[in-house]
Ligand binder design. Structure first.
Ligand SMILES: Nc1ncnc2c1ncn2[C@@H]1O[C@H](COP(=O)(O)OP(=O)(O)OP(=O)(O)O)[C@@H](O)[C@H]1O
Ligand SMILES: [Mg+2]
Length: 112
């Protein structure tokens, strides 16, 4: 299992949710976060404040999937979240040791 962690624009959540739903993804966690990337939170390039950092509101979408689905889910999220402008977001992929469905005690692939 892998965790796909996508930091996206808040305005793109509906598109990403819809795309994941169509793809058949049933479980996800969404959190409100603050972040910045290469431009240190500047939304356009301008002079001054060269070293300051500005944290912008973003959403973090976490999806744990079976290994063989990773590439497709990354593609689906990337396409749904992209505007082509700076600040579109980033995707990180982590190995997941285990998952347990609390109701039944199922674990591993059976739990996701
Ligand atoms: N290296 C990083 N580590 C952790 N979080 C990051 C990192 N880079 C980006 N993020 C998160 O992703 C959000 C969006 O990043 P962003 O899309 O601006 O990345 P970028 O590398 O600056 O690309 P772009 O040039 O397209 O803006 C940030 O607000 C931050 O929350
Ligand atoms: Mg950026």
């Amino acid at each position: 299992m892998k965790k796909i962690e996508a930091v996206i624009r808040p305005a793109k959540l509906e598109d990403v949710k819809e795309a994941l739903g169509k793809y058949g993804i049933h479980g996800m966690t969404v959190s409100q976060v603050l972040g910045c990337g290469l431009q240190r939170g500047r939304v356009s390039v301008y002079r001054g404040h060269e070293y300051s950092i500005n944290l912008l509101p973003k959403l973090k979408v976490e999806i744990v999937v079976k290994d063989h689905l990773v590439d497709e889910v990354v593609r689906v999220v990337t396409e749904a979240a992209r505007t082509g402008e700076i600040g579109d977001g980033k995707i990180f992929i982590y190995p997941v040791e285990n998952a347990i469905r609390i109701r039944t005690g199922e674990s591993g692939n059976d739990a996701i």
